[in-house]
Design a protein around this ligand. Structure first.
Ligand code: ADP
Length: 228
């Protein structure tokens, strides 16, 4: 479970990205985070990832208060959380297989675990046949599937997706979201920040809308609610 309790974030230059927001997300939920540019969506995601720290309030992830986390506890948090971005962020000199296996090596998995688990996630994202390809040899949709495989390979309880379809055409975007839905149905909590109106409207999932650093809507089967 994720709890944001009266969380504010003011950057060093004084810009107030989040202003006293509170919500909780239960295990197994699928949540869209929407709102105009500059609303605070990326900041929210950075607080979840511990890339930024809240100025006040508490961010609690699986009973752990992230704001008070010691440096040596951060790898554990990260392991529990898969992240994908709009720009995929794959390692260009590594193959598909190596991009995914590297994420397991970093957390100290054994060779045997790696040999078993990497083919599993590549199969889940439909890319077993591309294991030896390099990122530049893949389409955008395929690259995002690799990023998803990498995010999932350590069996995280959360998958955080920051504009994961932002660089994809509508059809490919749709496929990626269907994959996220499938991943969610297998038990992973999915949190996706997005501007993809059509996708949000069609999926009928929980929608948390942020504007100017505050939550303006939190609906169980919500819609995007903005003109793009
Ligand atoms: P969104 O992801 O919804 O576009 P952000 O979380 O990126 O919104 O930004 C929220 C506000 O915080 C904006 O006013 C933005 O300019 C500001 N902001 C974001 N990151 C930083 C930063 N590193 N330093 C200073 N201000 C920032």
């Amino acid at each position: 479970m994720i709890i944001f309790s009266n969380v504010s974030k003011i950057y060093e230059n004084g810009s107030e990205a989040l202003n006293n927001i509170s919500f909780f997300i239960e295990r197994g939920e699928f949540v869209f985070i929407v709102g105009p540019s500059g609303a605070g969506k990326s900041t929210l995601i950075k607080l979840l990832m511990h890339e930024e720290i809240a100025t006040s309030g508490e961010v609690i992830i699986n009973s752990v208060n992230v704001s008070a986390l010691k440096q040596n506890q951060i790898p554990y948090l990260r392991r529990n959380m898969g992240v994908v971005f709009q720009d995929f962020r794959l390692l260009p000199k590594k193959t598909v297989y190596e991009n995914v296996s590297f994420a397991m090596e970093i957390v100290g998995a054994s060779r045997r675990e790696i040999r078993r688990q990497v083919p599993n996630v590549l199969s889940l994202v439909g890319l077993s046949h591309k294991a030896k390809a390099f990122p530049t040899q893949l389409s955008g949709g395929e690259q995002q599937r690799v990023a998803l495989a990498r995010a999932l390979v350590n069996n995280p309880s959360f998958l955080i997706a920051d504009e994961p379809t932002g660089n994809l055409n509508p059809r490919t975007a749709q496929e990626i979201v269907e994959l996220l839905d499938e991943i969610n149905k297998r038990g992973t909590t999915v949190i996706m920040a997005t501007h993809a109106k059509d996708i949000v409207d069609q999926m009928k999932k929980r929608v948390i809308a942020i504007e100017d650093g505050v939550i303006v809507r939190d609906e169980a089967r919500g819609v995007y609610g903005y003109e793009n």
